[in-house]
Structure formats: C-alpha cells, structure tokens
Design a protein around this ligand. Structure first.
Ligand code: SAH
Ligand code: SF4
Ligand code: F3S
Length: 477
C-alpha cells in the first residue's frame, strides 16, 4: 500500500472511504477536569458496540471521552482481524498515535479487540509504543490495566471467557443519532467457517440474559430511541436458559419479546446464518409490523463445492430454499449478503454460480470481498490460497457490477411505492432534506416539510432512485 509512513490525510481518506474509525462524541462540559480517552473502532458492529461498553467501564473510573486525540490521556483502538487489510489499516493508525505519543510522553496507547486477541503479547514486541493489549472478553479489567500502564508497565489481558456477556453494563452511547442503537445479544462464534478468524478472536459462543436485553431495549425506548438492532455473529443460534425457571428463550422468542417493548420501537437484527434461520423466526417477523422486513443472510459463495470447502455447512440448494421461504413468508422482505471471491481452488465456473446467486436472490445489497488468508484458520492450515490476486480482484469487480445492477433494478422498482420511514437526521447533501430508512433498510431521502424531527415516522412516496438511495416526497397515509 504505502511505501513510506502514511500521512494523516492519507489515513483519514482511507478511513472515510471505508466508513470506519469513527471516534466517540466529546462533551466539553462533561469532560472538564477529567482524564480523557479517545477511542476509534474498526470492523463489525459488534466492535462498535463493544467500544460503548469500554466507554461505560472507563467513565465509571473517572475518564471522559474526547473526539480530539491530541488532548487524550488514553488512546484506544478497537481492532479487527477479519482481513489482512483491516490489520494494515490499524498498524498505520498506530504510527499516527505513536507520533503523538512521542510529543506527549504521558499519553497511553491501547489496542483492544480482535487484533489484540490474535496477536497477544507478540503485539507488544512488534509495536513497542503500545502500552495496553486487551482482548474482547477482558474489558472489565481495563481500569486495572490502565493503572498498570500508568505505573510504567505493559498492561495485557487476552483471556477469552465462556461466560462474559457484559450483560450488566449499560453502554455509553456517545456517538449516537439518538434514534437507533445496537444491543449485543451474544458473543463469540461456534461455527468454524474455514476462512474466518472470528472464532479465534472472539471465543466460544454465549448468549446474554434475555431479560437484560429487554431491559436495555426498554431503557433505550424511554430515552427516545426508535430502533434497536440485535447483534451477534449468528443470531439464529441465540439460546438462553433462565437459571431460575430452566425456561429456554430462542431467537424467535427473543425477537418477539423485543417487538413487544413498544409498537413504535423498530427491531432489526444481524447476522443470520443460512443454516440456522428458522421458519419460526420468519413467522415472528411477519407477525409484528415493527420487526423490520430485512434479513442479512450472507451466502459467501453460490457454489456448493466451495461452500463445503468454506465449511459453511449448507449448499446452494439449502440456501435457495431459505431465500424462497423468506420471500414466501415475508413477500416484501429485502435480503442482503456477504460474498467472498477467489476462495481457495475456486474456478471460473464456480465463480459464475456466485454471480447467478446475486441475481437469483435479488439482494438489495451485498458486502463483497476477495479472499484474504488468515493465519491459524482451517483454510490457512489445509487449503492452498491458489487463486491469483488479479483473478480474485477481477471476480470481485464482476460481482460488484452485478450487485450494483441488481440494487438499481430493485430500487427503480420501488418508484411509486409509499414507505414508512424513520427519520435519522439531515441528508448528507442538504439540511433541507431528511434521510431515514424504510423497513427494508433502504436509505430514503426527502425534502423537509412541517415540524418533524429525527425519530419521527413519516410516509414517503418514492419518485426517483439510484443503486444506493431512494428519493421521494412525504405523503399523508
Ligand atoms: N458472522 C457473519 C460474518 C462475520 S465476518 C456470518 O457468518 O455471516 C463478515 C464477513 O467478512 C463475512 O461474512 C465474510 O464475507 C467476510 N470475511 C470473513 N473472513 C474473510 C476472509 N478471510 N477473507 C475475506 N473475507 C472474509
Ligand atoms: Fe466467522 Fe462463520 Fe462465525 Fe460468521 S459464522 S463469524 S463467518 S466462523
Ligand atoms: Fe473484525 Fe472481530 Fe468483528 S475480526 S469483523 S471486529 S468480530
């Protein structure tokens, strides 16, 4: 990527492009006189959600968040290991923090999250200026580790837990639009997709106390939030046993409990695994208007042989059967996907199966990547990463083009339809326009009229569309 050390604008540009690295909000009044921490998050929504737990833990011991890293006493970076590029971005970012640290000798720099877990003490050898290395299950230990670092020693805790869900910690929602919030419902992952590092960085799957989840949803609604997204690597395998009654709550039941918090509270969830998503979940979605008609159902590959090598435990037919069930039970449901191109030994023909799947499943959008081998994974140990980078990239470009076409067709088909939209805030381009999402999770932009505010529901009739956004006008419905 860069031959020399990247400059700050270069890094900022790259971060803007990936819409990552968002820092938490800073409130001057709150922060006055307190020690300050600055936190940046990379990777999946779970990591962003974890940063809010970290913020809560640190605020308990007298730290206040700041958006300005120059004045921070503690800089934290919550890292992702999913692809090599994600790790490269963090390493470049650390160079910037290190320069800052050389100017401010008292400043501490800590690495949290998946990279901390993957590299453990090795990190401290590679990045000598890092003071703290803290894995995703060790955040309760942060105050002690910060103290250790303040005393001049390295603070490290990368133990993975079988129980930790941070159920009792109220996340500090500092960078929020006040309308939508994430709620972690489980941690870790017990699947062993051969390409994936998550089971190694996040440990065993465990589900959080259902009542603590509902209490959090209730509290958010009381604070004015109108949308919650239930988060887990594989939400369909959510399973919590009440230790007192022995009663078991599955994901469909949790979804129903959340929907019942209030009809005005929208419920979303991510991620669904094709092998685990049940008709019970689909019927629950159909039953409640406030459970959004949107499912993120990553296919990874459209070819059965590749899926087997990926150890996804479903094949093309099984996946198609699940998609058919979704469109049968929830006809206006939008489905999105994750796709990997150029996985070990993938042929051109097999790649074509992924192309055809995107068209067949009619995804509203997809996150698309070329395969990046991760040390320690099953694929790294057993399979040859033999698809040339150029081929991986050209296949990726091909599926991006197909997905853009499918998204555009789908959005054009929405022209003339009227959707209930939850206002999130001003549109990117103009403060004379609102942006919000419809149930299908599509972004809708429309002119402001009247006295509305973020968090209000309005009806919008679509007049125009591109592959990413619907444009419309408010109507009375
Ligand atoms: N739990 C989710 C995925 C979480 S990781 C699921 O099972 O669907 C997010 C996405 O990153 C994955 O869906 C996959 O498409 C992509 N990904 C994971 N490991 C990867 C790798 N080694 N190379 C490229 N993409 C990868
Ligand atoms: Fe990774 Fe598979 Fe678990 Fe998703 S389900 S986090 S891809 S191992
Ligand atoms: Fe990345 Fe860890 Fe999430 S590897 S995608 S931050 S679980």
């Amino acid at each position: 990527m860069y031959d020399n050390n990247p400059t700050l604008p270069e890094i900022k540009k790259e971060i803007d492009e990936t819409r990552q690295g968002e820092a938490l909000f800073f409130d001057d009044l709150q922060a006055a006189g307190k020690k300050k921490f600055y936190i940046e998050s990379y990777g999946c929504q779970m990591n962003f959600s974890d940063s809010e737990i970290v913020a809560s833990i640190l605020s308990e011991v007298g730290f206040a968040p700041t958006r300005n890293m120059e004045i921070a006493d503690l800089i934290l970076v919550n890292t992702c290991s999913i692809r090599e590029k994600a790790e490269e971005t963090v390493r470049k970012r650390l160079q910037v923090f290190n320069q800052l640290k050389l100017k401010n000798p008292g400043m501490l720099v800590g690495v949290l999250g998946c990279m901390a877990e993957r590299l453990k003490a090795q990190f401290l050898e590679q990045e000598k200026l890092v003071d703290l290395v803290v894995g995703p299950d060790a955040y309760r230990d942060l105050p002690k580790l910060v103290q250790t670092a303040e005393d001049g020693e390295k603070g490290i805790n990368v133990f993975l837990s079988r129980e930790e869900t941070y159920a009792d910690i109220a996340p500090l929602r500092l960078d929020s639009n006040g309308v939508s919030a994430f709620i972690s419902i489980m941690r870790g992952c017990d699947n062993m997709c051969s390409f994936c590092v998550v089971p190694f960085t996040r440990g065993r799957e465990r589900s959080r106390d259902a009542f603590s989840i509902i209490a959090e949803a209730n509290q958010l609604f009381e604070q004015g939030y109108k949308e919650v997204t239930l988060l887990g690597q594989n939400v369909d395998s959510y399973k919590w046993e009440n230790p007192e009654s022995g009663q078991v709550v599955n994901f469909a039941q949790l979804l129903e409990m959340t929907a019942l918090v209030d009809p005005e509270l929208r419920v979303r969830f991510s991620t669904s695994h094709p092998k685990d998503i049940t008709d019970e979940v689909l019927y629950t979605m159909a039953k409640y208007e406030n459970i959004c008609n949107y499912i993120h159902l990553p296919v990874q590959s459209g070819n059965s042989r590749v899926l087997e090598l990926m150890n996804r435990t479903y094949d093309r037919e099984w996946y198609m059967n699940r998609v058919e069930a979704i469109y049968r039970i929830i006809p206006d449901c939008a489905i999105s996907s994750d796709v990997i191109t150029g996985f070990c030994t993938e042929t051109d023909e097999e790649h074509q199966d992924t192309c055809s799947m995107i068209e067949w499943a009619n995804y509203s959008m997809s996150y698309m990547f070329y395969y990046s081998e991760r040390p320690g994974t099953l694929a790294a140990k057993k399979l040859k990463d033999d698809v040339p980078l150029e081929t991986k990239k050209s296949r990726l470009n091909e599926i991006i083009a197909i997905q853009n076409k499918v998204s555009l067709q789908q959005n054009i088909a929405d022209i003339g339809k009227t959707f209930k939209v939850l206002i999130e805030g001003n549109s990117k381009k103009s403060d004379l326009e609102w942006k919000g999402r419809n149930s299908q999770n599509k972004m809708v932009v429309f002119p402001k009229i009247g006295q509305q505010k973020p968090g209000d529901y309005v009806w919008v009739t679509i007049r125009d569309a591109n592959s990413a956004t619907l444009m419309g006008d408010q109507t009375n419905n």
